[in-house]
Structures are given as structure tokens and as C-alpha cells.
Design a protein around this ligand. Sequence first.
Ligand SMILES: O=C(O)C(=O)[C@H](O)CO
Ligand SMILES: [Mg+2]
Length: 247
Amino acid sequence: MREFSANLGFLWTDRPLPDAIRAAKAAGFAAVECHFPYDTPAAETRAALLETGLRMMTLNTRPGGTGDFGLLALKDREAEARAAIDEAFAYALATDTRAVHLMAGKHGDDATYHANLAYACDSAPPGMTLLIEAINRWHVPDYHLNTTAQAVDTLKTLNRPNLKLMFDCYHVGRTEPEVFNDVDTLRPLIGHIQIAAVPDRSAPDHGSVDYVTLLPRLNWPGPIGAEYKPNGPTDASLDWLPRLSAC
Ligand SMILES: O=C(O)C(=O)[C@H](O)CO
Ligand SMILES: [Mg+2]
């Protein structure tokens, strides 16, 4: 039985994070993940996770100011980037979150990005996975990592055991579907997988990526992130869950 993680950055956004965690449990998710949990005290998030028995898979470093979409690659913003990394690690530790997505930002440069990634790898708590994600250029133009190849180059340059790829099938499907042919090569680099319909980013039950075929090929042992934007109330968008759980 395949397991899924409800991405609470997009699902049940009409309620506070602890209640969204409870809703994910009631809907049958095996785990949760989020984007920016920082407005919710970590103790409240932790209590909801303990109450439901769900694990938080990932959270993101703060995105920075309006339009930044992350800080790690931004020149002359190192202090802010490292404060965001420290904050994310502290929140992740307090909530037993498995992985932190280190957001690169727009108009970055590799020297700054690599130095901040090295700082994160050196200071990450033992056992925590760090993730970088290629975000397609239609979704976030000028993001520092728009392709899987750029992300893989970064991983190979840094060559750190705790730094992995967030493989978001939505972004891959939008601009580089041929990358799905390389999943066997990529699998050792992957730390987490996310899905959504391509190209509209709604529930993963239609569109150009057929998850009934792709998920068995990906053969991912952990919960897969359901990072999609429902067309209406989240509870009315979940018909895909039993179908993809069984495929
Ligand atoms: O946009 C995405 O796919 C993400 O996963 C990032 O975390 C941005 O929130
Ligand atoms: Mg994603």
C-alpha cells in the first residue's frame, strides 16, 4: 500500500496548521508536510503530530521578502539566509520533522548558493535530510534552480550525504518530462517526492503525467508528498487517494 503525505501549504489552508494536521489524519494520509509553519508555535504543531501519530516530512526555509522565493543563493543576503536555515532547523527539531527544503531564491549566484548550502550541511542536526528542488520556469521565472540537471550538478558539486533532491513530478512534468526516463539513475540522489496534476497543479488524477503508471516505476518507499492546489474544498478533492494508494 503506497503512502502519501498531505502538503499543508496547499491542502486545508482554511484552518490553523494543527487543525490541518488533524484533517489530514481523518482523510487517511500517512504523513504531512508544510511550507512555512513559522506563525504556529512549534509546541502546537508537535502536539497535533503526537495526537494524530503523523510525521512531518518536510518544511521550507523562509522565502525572504516579497518575490524572493528563498534566500540561499542571494548575494549579500548571507546573514538572512543563515538565520532562515537556523530557524528551520530549530523548528524541524522541535517537531521531529524529517527534512528541510532549502529555498534558493531568484537571481542568485552559485558561489553564494554553494557557501550557504555548505553552511546548512555542516550545521544540520544528525539524521536530518536537506533538500533542494528545481522549480519550473513557468511557475517561478528566474528561480536559481529551474531544471533537474542544475539541481543534480549542485548535489554533485557539494557532494554531501545529507543533501538530496526534492523530486517534484509537477515541476518535472511541466518543462522536462523526459527526466522521468532517468529515474533509476536519479533515485540515489532523491530525498523526497511530490506530485500534482500537470499542467494545472490540481489533484493528481488527470493531466499529462499518469501517476498510476509513474508511481510504481518510481518505487519510492516513503510517503509521497501530495502538493497540489484543490479546485475547491480539500475534502472534496481526495478521490485520487485510494486509487493511487493501491497502484
Ligand atoms: O513549489 C514547490 O513545488 C515547492 O515545493 C516549494 O516548497 C515552494 O513552496
Ligand atoms: Mg514542490
